[in-house]
Design a protein around this ligand. Structure first.
Ligand code: AMP
Ligand code: MG
Length: 725
């Protein structure tokens, strides 16, 4: 027995408290395809409700004589060796029992569970730090590390074999910060352990399942991510994922499914396996296409009509969560975290070619037509068939008429004849070679020339540049004037692009006054705001000026509200540290969706990153030099990702230094610089309030995290400001 009648996909959740009663993201969703029919996705606001429903379904499907494949989006096992170390047995079910005995889930009553305590107990079975890490409070659960640093994973691997094959981003040992797969396992295995005791249920791949009526299996929505990304406009992403996964599974050829269920490496016996790992391409294809059922819209989300821009899903509340506090995060780690957690937030729309300059492609573009579309001549001259030439000097009679660009010669040129042909003209039938007019003597009726011309000379083949159907530009490309040439030549007139990223800018500080206004003693003119608005425009985004805000929490709150309502990103400067007047960090902290990122960079004090009403906020330092460096190094790549451009590192160049400097280890350092006579020169002062140096500079010299001593002539890395655009 192999075929299934019902395919179900569960998106599990490890939330401490219940989800909203109204369908929402990050709760539990169930997608079902039953006998070839998709069902509307079902929503559960607690784990208990979901389990109750699943247990019913197990019975009902059996009663109706339907065989069901019931899949879940969290790991069914831990890496090889874990079971033995925890329970003394190799049996994965021993782990299930062990965890199920200890987990207390009080989601409904106390909005809590004891998963961190249970993880601590597991950690105590292993020597050294870990393997479990990540928690909500740094100062609680001492046997559970707050961060991963220092955990060796040399006795127990961090990831399972199937995680490597499927390239999942997560480890089942990570309990907090996205992705929180580890917590889903702890809050999911007890439920599976109960379901598996129901009659007719078998767990794949641990148990023989041929005779089972219900097979429980692990799946991973990331397998079909490409299909999901295409249409998340306005709908709840989790609901779409479970529906499309159920669809893909139901469409799998039964023999292929059988193969996926049976052909497994030895690790699967203990680690479990992701059904479909390694079959990403096929599943993604099967997940595509029209679906008849309605996927619920995101709350507060307008569902776009046909011609309206489609909005992608919002960022997750905890996208900036960071194990903060103790260590300084290296620049590369901070960048890796931004890259990992952000995704495009701007809508897509279709624009005609002549309005698309500078916009970012939201989809790959293929050539509608080859370039050149037809074989043609590269010169003015005479065309003929090379095979019709004879030995020695040639005389060919001329066929009446001519071929010119846009005015094709309709007839055929007889064998042994030539025809007058002009640059760009399609080669007439019977012509494969063109001789330059300068190389012939011509009368009204014939041409004569010396031997030696090669077959195909002076012609361009159809499609020699681009074939029809070739991908000519990839999604994420910011369209240049030359791209417009390529798009036009290949017949592309309507382009799917992202709406421009709207970037709101505000300055904070009681000391700031508007340039031109009268400045009292102690007051300074606002320098950051014009700079940040200008940078935003140069990046190709849409600047929105939110003005200056005094060091007053209520005014700042109202201004952030305005920003969140009309922008996709907010850049603030000043007030980002943790002093009395640092209201940006204080307010972002209040929302709970903020982290003080202590990044090991100079210049730059803590960068405050957070979400304000769902809109990411970059709380930049007030010092103009630090504000510029943090914008270029951190905010620019992050905004690139948010705007659909993907993740880019600025192009740097290695140049000989025109300066001496010795630097201590620990922080990456950026110096204001420019190129003189092929050498990188740096500004005479490193003072971070020296605005004249910002204007003097044309780029930055980047010095590594470790200690260096630089003498004139030594190679250094120089990043021109243009590389950040
Ligand atoms: P803060 O981060 O608010 O403590 O500010 C650090 C330093 O940067 C102080 O000297 C501020 O006066 C200065 N500063 C803050 N915002 C601006 C601005 N928009 N333009 C010029 N200087 C600023
Ligand atoms: Mg200030």
């Amino acid at each position: 027995m192999s075929a299934f009648d019902t395919f179900a996909v569960v998106d599990w959740s490890a939330r401490s408290g219940p989800s909203r009663k109204r369908p929402s993201q990050d709760a539990i969703w169930l997608g079902i395809s039953r006998q070839g029919q998709l069902a509307e996705p079902l929503y559960f606001w607690t784990r208990a409700k979901a389990e109750e429903h699943l247990a019913c379904m197990v019975k009902e499907e059996a009663a109706a004589g339907r065989r069901m494949l019931l899949t879940f989006d969290f790991p069914f096992g831990y890496p090889l060796g874990f079971a033995k170390a925890l329970t003394g047995e190799d049996d994965p079910f021993a782990v299930w029992d062990w965890i199920a005995e200890r987990i207390e889930d009080k989601q409904d009553t106390e909005r809590s569970n004891n998963r961190f305590e249970v993880a601590e107990e597991m950690n105590r079975k292993f020597s050294g730090l870990g393997p479990f890490w990540g928690k909500s409070h740094e100062d609680r659960w001492p046997d559970l590390p707050y961060r991963k640093a220092g955990i060796s994973y040399d006795t127990i691997p961090e990831k399972r074999e199937c995680d490597k094959v499927a390239r999942t981003a997560s480890s089942c040992f990570q309990l907090f910060y996205n992705p929180t797969v580890g917590s889903q396992v702890l809050m999911g295995l007890p439920m599976l352990n109960r379901l598996r005791t129901l009659p007719g249920v078998a767990v794949w791949p641990f148990e023989e399942h041929d005779a089972a009526n219900v097979v429980l299996a692990e799946i991973w929505p990331g397998l079909i991510e490409d299909a999901i990304r295409e249409d998340t406009g306005g709908v709840i992403r989790d609901a779409l994922q479970v529906t499309r996964l159920a669809l893909a599974l139901s469409r799998l050829d039964p023999a292929r499914l059988e193969h996926l269920l049976k052909d497994l490496p030895y690790q699967a016996r203990e680690e479990a396996w992701i059904l479909g790992a390694g079959a990403t391409k096929d599943l993604t294809e099967l997940a595509r296409g029209e679906i008849s059922v309605v996927i619920p819209a995101r709350p507060n989300q307008r569902v776009a009509g046909n011609n309206e821009p489609l909005a992608p899903p919002p960022l997750r509340d905890d996208c900036f969560a960071l194990p903060a506090g103790v260590d300084w995060t290296p620049v590369d780690d901070a960048l890796a975290m931004l890259q990992d957690r952000l995704h495009p937030v701007v809508a897509t729309q279709t624009l005609p070619l002549d309005r698309a300059l500078g916009r970012t492609l939201a989809a790959d573009v293929t050539a509608k037509r080859a370039n050149p579309p037809h074989a043609n001549t590269a010169v003015d001259g005479y065309g003929f068939a090379h095979a019709s030439l004879t030995e020695g000097d040639q005389t060919l009679p001329l066929t009446p008429g001519r071929a010119a660009a846009g005015k094709a010669f309709e007839g055929a040129v007889p064998h042994g004849h030539a025809i007058r042909i002009l640059t760009g003209a399609a080669l007439p039938q019977g012509v494969d070679t063109v001789i330059l007019q300068e190389d012939v003597t011509a009368s009204d009726t014939a041409i004569a020339f010396h031997p030696g011309i090669k077959p195909g000379a002076n012609t361009r083949k159809a499609g020699e540049d681009v074939s029809a159907g070739d991908t000519i530009l990839s999604k994420g490309r910011k369209l240049t004037p030359t791209d417009l040439a390529l798009l036009s030549a290949t017949g592309n007139t309507d382009l799917t692009v992202h709406a421009p990223l709207r970037v709101a800018v505000l300055s904070t500080g009681d000391e700031l006054v508007e340039p031109g206004a009268s400045a009292a003693p102690g007051q300074i003119f606002d320098a950051n705001r014009p700079m940040l608005l200008g940078l935003t425009e140069r990046f190709g985004f849409t600047p929105i000026d939110l003005g200056r805000v005094p060091d007053n929490r209520e005014t700042l709150r109202a201004t952030l509200d305005r920003g969140a309502a009309k922008a996709d990103v907010i850049l603030t400067s000043g007030g980002a540290s943790s002093g009395d007047e640092d209201h940006v960090s204080a307010l972002l902290n209040e929302t709970g969706a903020m982290s003080q990122w202590r990044i090991a960079v100079k210049p730059g004090r803590p960068l405050a990153l957070g979400l304000w009403k769902g809109t990411p906020v970059f709380g930049l330092p007030g010092n103009p030099v630090a504000a510029l460096v943090c914008t270029l190094v951190f905010a620019r790549p992050a905004m690139g990702l948010l705007s659909g451009q993907g993740w880019h590192r600025p192009q740097s160049f290695t140049l000989p230094a025109a300066f001496s400097k010795s630097k201590k280890p620990g922080r990456r350092e950026y110096l204001r610089a420019r190129v003189t006579d092929g050498q990188a020169e740096v500004f005479k002062s490193e003072g971070s309030g020296r605005i004249s140096g910002l204007s003097w500079a044309e780029g930055l010299v980047e010095l590594p995290d470790h200690a260096v001593t630089i003498s004139p002539g030594d190679p250094v890395s120089y990043i021109p400001f243009a590389s950040f655009l």
